[in-house]
Design a binder for this molecule. Structure first.
Ligand code: SER
Length: 312
C-alpha cells in the first residue's frame, strides 16, 4: 500500500490534493504536513513540520514508512518578491532536502513547477515545452533551478520524480494567497461579496489558467502514468484555458453583476513576463493529459460553490 507524505498540505494545491489522495489511497495512508494552523474541518493525519528541517522530515518518513512524497510547500510569486531570501530558503533548500531524502528512502516524488519558470524572453504565445527559460522573479528562478535539480536527481540517482508547470489555478476552496494569477480567483470572491472588484493587472493581461479539478486530475494521472512513457524529466507544460482579465469579467457578468476597475500594481510586471498561452502537446501525447473545464464551465462552478461557501 502506498504511504504518502504531502508537504504544503493546506496550501492552494494541497487543500484539494490531500482529500483526493485520501479518497484514492485511504485516509490512513496520507500524511498531511503543515507548518501553520490546520483547518478545523480537516479529517486525517496531520504532522507539523518545516521543509527546511531535513531531520524532522526524515523522522516522519521513517515513522510512517513513506514511499511517495508530494512536495508542494512553496512561496508563490508575489510573496517571493516580498521576501526573496525566504523564497530561496523554502523553495530551493526545501526541494533539495526532499530529493536527498527521496534518494535515502527510495521515495517517488511529485513536485510542482510553474509557468513562472518562463520569462520575458520566452515566446509568449503557445509557449513550447523546450524554449528559452530566463525567469525574472525569485519564485521563477527557484522553479527553473528546481526543474533542473529534479532532472539531475532522476538521471544521477535513478529517482522517479514527476512534475508539471502549473498555470494559474482557480478554485473556490483555497483562498487566494500571494500569487500573481490570484486576481482570477479574487474577482469571484468580490463579485459575490460586493459586486465590484479592483483588478491588480490591466484588462488585456492574458495568462494561462486551469480550474483546480482539472489540475488535481492531471496530477494524479501523471503519477499513474507508466514511467517509460515519460520523455520530460524537468517539468511538463500543462495547460487548459487562457483568457484576459476583461474576458473573465465579461464571462462572470453573464451570470452575476460585477463592476471591475483596473489598477495595475507591481504584479503587472510579473504577469507581463509570463506566457499568454502554453503548448502542452507533449503532456497530452506522453500521458494522455486532457482538460475538462473551459471558461464558461469554470465560471458556473466557481459562482455556484463560492456562493454557498460565503453564505456559511
Ligand atoms: N499561480 C502562481 C503565481 O501566481 C504561478 O505559479 O505565483
Amino acid at each position: 500500500m502506498k504511504k504518502i507524505l504531502v508537504t504544503g498540505a493546506f496550501g492552494q494545491i494541497g487543500s484539494e490534493l490531500v482529500p483526493a489522495l485520501q479518497q484514492k489511497f485511504g485516509q490512513d495512508n496520507v500524511i498531511a504536513m503543515a507548518h501553520r494552523n490546520v483547518p478545523q474541518a480537516f479529517k486525517g493525519i496531520v504532522e507539523v513540520g518545516e521543509v527546511t528541517d531535513k531531520k524532522g522530515m526524515e523522522k516522519l518518513i521513517k515513522k510512517y514508512k513513506i514511499d511517495t512524497i508530494y512536495h508542494l510547500a512553496s512561496l508563490l510569486s508575489a510573496t517571493g518578491e516580498a521576501n526573496p531570501q525566504l523564497a530561496w530558503e523554502v523553495n530551493m533548500n526545501g526541494l533539495k532536502n526532499v530529493l536527498d531524502l527521496a534518494v535515502a528512502h527510495k521515495m517517488r516524488v511529485f513536485w510542482p513547477s510553474s509557468i513562472a519558470a518562463f520569462g520575458p524572453t520566452t515566446p509568449r504565445e503557445m509557449t513550447p515545452q523546450r524554449t528559452v527559460l530566463e525567469p525574472t522573479t525569485m519564485y521563477g528562478v527557484t522553479k527553473l533551478a528546481g526543474e533542473l535539480l529534479c532532472q539531475y536527481y532522476t538521471k544521477k540517482y535513478g529517482l522517479d520524480i514527476r512534475s508539471v508547470r502549473y498555470p494559474g489555478l482557480i478554485s473556490y476552496q483555497a483562498e487566494p494567497g500571494g500569487g500573481t494569477t490570484d486576481f482570477a480567483v479574487a474577482i469571484f470572491y468580490e463579485a459575490i461579496k460586493s459586486g465590484k472588484y479592483e483588478c491588480f493587472v490591466n484588462k488585456d493581461t492574458m495568462l494561462p489558467m486551469m480550474y483546480m479539478d482539472d489540475a488535481i486530475e492531471g496530477t494524479l494521472k501523471l503519477m499513474d502514468a507508466p514511467w517509460d512513457k515519460l520523455t520530460i524529466h524537468t517539468s511538463y507544460n500543462f495547460a487548459a484555458i487562457s483568457f484576459t482579465a476583461e474576458e473573465l469579467a465579461r464571462e462572470i457578468n453573464k451570470r452575476i453583476k460585477v463592476k471591475v476597475t483596473y489598477k495595475p500594481d507591481h504584479r503587472q510586471q510579473i504577469a507581463d513576463s509570463w506566457p499568454r498561452s502554453i503548448d502542452d502537446s507533449v503532456a497530452r501525447k506522453d500521458w494522455g493529459w486532457k482538460h475538462k473545464f473551459d471558461l464558461g464551465k469554470m465560471c458556473d462552478v466557481m459562482i455556484k460553490n463560492l456562493t454557498i461557501k460565503l453564505q456559511k
